[in-house]
Design a protein around this ligand. Structure first.
Ligand SMILES: [Zn+2]
Length: 385
């Protein structure tokens, strides 16, 4: 890791997270083959680039301060309100000053979409945090003096749609788990209540050139990471484990630049290498069971048996969080896709088998993380409990 971006307080926080991970590891039960088979595929009704209900509406320019930003936000809110009413939606809004438009402020609007056990109070749940940015890069053609309609299909329209698919695929199991725990009067008695939150972040892209002030408008400074660092959870007598929303994040899983063929996503961080290995194991098992459609020469996640992760040097929305001690699982290919920041990063250049496969891998990872084998019944067996 690069010491310059890490505060001096990190070792203490790191130990805390290692302790939490150890707690999680002990409860970690891999999904059975039959559960993996039951994960719904990301079908064309959701992922067709022209008509897919989840993906197609995001394949538009989504620059902060333009109508595309609002249209995309409405798409997310409509989807969760209509299809997943048990998830809460919060906004975290601010404004940023960009080097264009005479430093006129732009609206930076992050969405926090959450599903927690119904019995937890604010600040009590340990949250699997799935993240993607929804804004698209502003590209200005100085010769023609017009804004170009850059789509950013891998960057990060497709990852946003993958997270919507994941949310919908895990929802019924979460409901089942909450219902069963309530029935057994276990709600609020377990050591750690787990929930899931999806962060759809705004303003990741630079307006001119990537610098620390012209980029990650949504995740840094006056925006999410800093706001969360200084908002204290209400103390509750039993569970005052998490002082701030940042400390509630069990892992910050950031999806970016996904959807091109043959991605190679290495393990970047030693602190989350064990989680990376769980993710890579899921990919390998799904491939072994013929449940994935892509046929890359190398797995998407090649470091299953490799060395511990090493710091990537890639700048992204995780930086304001890693600097505050949050464990990061960065799911971004290295090298970046060929279409990266090109006008050709559009729907037509997505590799649909890879898009579908990521959706399934991430869904399986979330189910496993949330310990859903607890509610899975093997086909042909009656549930014993
Ligand atoms: Zn980008």
């Amino acid at each position: 890791m690069t010491p310059s971006i890490l505060p001096r307080t990190l070792p203490g926080l790191l130990w805390l997270h290692i302790y939490l991970f150890a707690t999680l590891v002990s409860a970690y039960k891999p999904l059975s083959d039959s559960f993996l088979r039951a994960i719904p595929p990301a079908g064309p009704e959701d992922f067709d680039i022209k008509t897919g209900k989840l993906l197609a509406p995001i394949l538009i320019p989504r620059v902060p301060g333009t109508p595309g930003q609002t249209t995309t936000q409405r798409h997310f809110v409509d989807f969760f309100t209509r299809e997943l009413p048990k998830w809460t939606i919060e906004w975290q809004n601010s404004t940023g000053t960009t080097p264009v438009n005479g430093m006129a402020p732009i609206p930076v609007e992050n969405l926090i979409i959450k599903r927690e056990p119904p019995w937890v109070k604010p600040g009590e749940a340990n949250l699997l945090t799935l993240v993607a940015h929804y804004d698209s890069k502003s590209k200005y053609d100085s010769r023609k003096q017009i804004m170009e309609g850059f789509i950013g299909a891998t960057d990060s329209a497709a990852p946003c749609a993958m997270l919507m698919h994941t949310a919908r695929s895990i929802d019924k199991y979460i409901t089942q788990m909450h219902d069963e725990m309530a029935e057994l009067q276990e709600g609020g008695t377990v050591e750690m209540d787990m929930g899931v939150q999806i962060l759809l972040l705004d303003g990741e892209e630079a307006f001119v050139d990537w610098t620390s002030t012209d980029s990650t408008y949504g995740s840094r400074r006056v925006s999410l990471a800093e706001t969360w660092e200084s908002s204290y959870n209400p103390p509750s007598s039993k569970f005052y484990k998490y002082r701030t929303p940042l400390s509630q994040i069990s892992v910050f899983m950031l999806l970016d630049l996904l959807g091109a063929a043959s991605p190679r996503v290495p393990s970047y961080f030693p602190t989350t290498h064990w989680a990376y290995k769980n993710l890579a194991t899921i990919e390998s098992r799904l491939r072994g069971l013929n449940l994935l459609e892509s046929t890359p020469k190398e797995p998407f996640l090649p470091d299953l048996d490799g060395a511990m992760g090493k710091y990537s040097g890639i700048s992204d929305d995780h930086l304001p969080f890693i600097g505050r001690g949050v464990p990061i699982l960065h799911v971004i290919p290295s090298p970046f896709p060929d279409q990266w920041h090109q006008m050709t990063d559009d729907g037509e250049h997505l590799d649909m088998p890879s898009v579908k496969d990521w959706s399934k891998i991430v869904t399986a990872f979330a189910l496993e993380w949330l310990d859903m084998m607890e509610v899975w019944t093997e086909p042909g067996q009656r549930k014993m409990s």
